[in-house]
Design a protein around this ligand. Structure first.
Ligand SMILES: C[S@@+](CC[C@H](N)C(=O)[O-])C[C@H]1O[C@@H](n2cnc3c(N)ncnc32)[C@H](O)[C@@H]1O
Length: 294
């Protein structure tokens, strides 16, 4: 399948990479952005991170022509500062996060992310740890109220109560197809433009992977990671994530620690959304780091 890194021209422009830059791509996915970054480095280094070991392995293969400049590392945002410190690289000159799921995750039925494919209710971005909660655990063990709250808060779904009720009545639920049916036709859907199950699936994915908490942890860590003049680029696909990025960037700017480079959020061109419809909800924000505490 063709893979298009989202807003890659804009990402590269705002990252302002030089040949000797120290760059981190925290969401390597299939390595689309990483490859374009690595191609611009000579003496510099790209720290290529993803929490999903299967995706990271593919990113390593897809960027192999630049392997001499790339340092792969696996884990979540909240453990990145520790892992970065252990690498012995000084502060970063550029950092990219491209949030959400990768095409690989979305199109493999057994990962359980897609309501269009039948698979187990998993939705963990990393399948390494057996301790992590799966979407199946949430759907089958949480109370009706807890489920409704998750679907409402993370999915911004106004039918959350009806969906939670339908789910609890139908338990146990083991497949994405079962859940898609319950979240759709069983619960009074009327929006025909997007699948009625979209928001419920997104809510469970965001909750299971603690995606908002992870993003906040990363933003908190920026002062300890970035060099003076460094660039931070964030691509989001969800209004709550964009809000988290926007507000934290504003706080850094108010505190004199950073300057916002994107006065208005940057969106993909019509041409890009035509070629790659998956890019249509993307929002890009960029920051230049000013102050580094001594
Ligand atoms: C949209 S994809 C990135 C695609 C990539 N930019 C490319 O061009 O191929 C998002 C990736 O971020 C990873 N990810 C999401 N949240 C993460 C987190 N908190 N820590 C580490 N990786 C994360 C996912 O596993 C997924 O592979």
């Amino acid at each position: 399948m063709a893979h298009f890194p989202v807003m890659s021209a804009e990402v590269i422009e705002y990252l302002a990479i030089r040949g000797n830059s120290r760059v981190a791509d925290l969401t390597a996915g299939l390595g689309g952005h990483s490859k374009q970054i690595a191609a611009r480095l000579d003496t510099g280094v790209l720290v290529m991170n993803d929490r999903d070991g299967e995706s990271l392995a593919e990113a390593v293969v897809n960027t192999s022509e630049f392997s001499a400049r790339i340092r792969p590392t696996k884990g979540v945002f909240s453990t990145f500062p520790q892992r970065f410190q252990e690498m012995g690289i000084r502060r970063l000159d550029a950092l990219l996060v491209d949030l959400g799921v990768s095409m690989k995750q979305l199109t493999e039925a057994d990962r359980g992310f897609s309501f269009r494919l039948d698979g187990p209710l998993d939705m963990r971005m990393s399948r390494d740890s057996e301790e992590d909660l799966t979407a199946g655990d949430v759907v089958n063990t949480f109370s009706e109220k807890e489920l409704a709250d998750i679907i409402y808060e993370y999915g911004e779904e106004w039918r959350s109560r009806a969906i939670a009720r339908a789910v609890v009545r139908a338990r146990p639920i083991s497949t994405t197809r079962q859940l898609a049916q319950l979240a759709g036709h069983g619960a009074g859907a009327r929006d025909t433009k997007i699948s009625p199950a979209t928001k419920t699936f997104m809510a469970l994915r965001l909750y299971v992977n603690r995606e908002f908490e992870e993003l906040k942890a990363l933003l908190e860590a920026l002062p300890s990671l970035m060099a003076e003049g460094a660039r931070v680029v964030a691509l989001t696909f969800h209004s709550s994530e964009d809000r988290i990025v926007k507000q934290r960037f504003q706080e850094f700017q108010r505190a004199g620690q950073a300057k916002i480079l994107t006065k208005h959020v940057v969106k993909p061109t019509d041409e890009e959304t035509r070629i790659n419809p998956a890019s249509r909800s993307a929002k890009l924000r960029a920051l230049e780091w000013l102050a580094v505490p001594q």
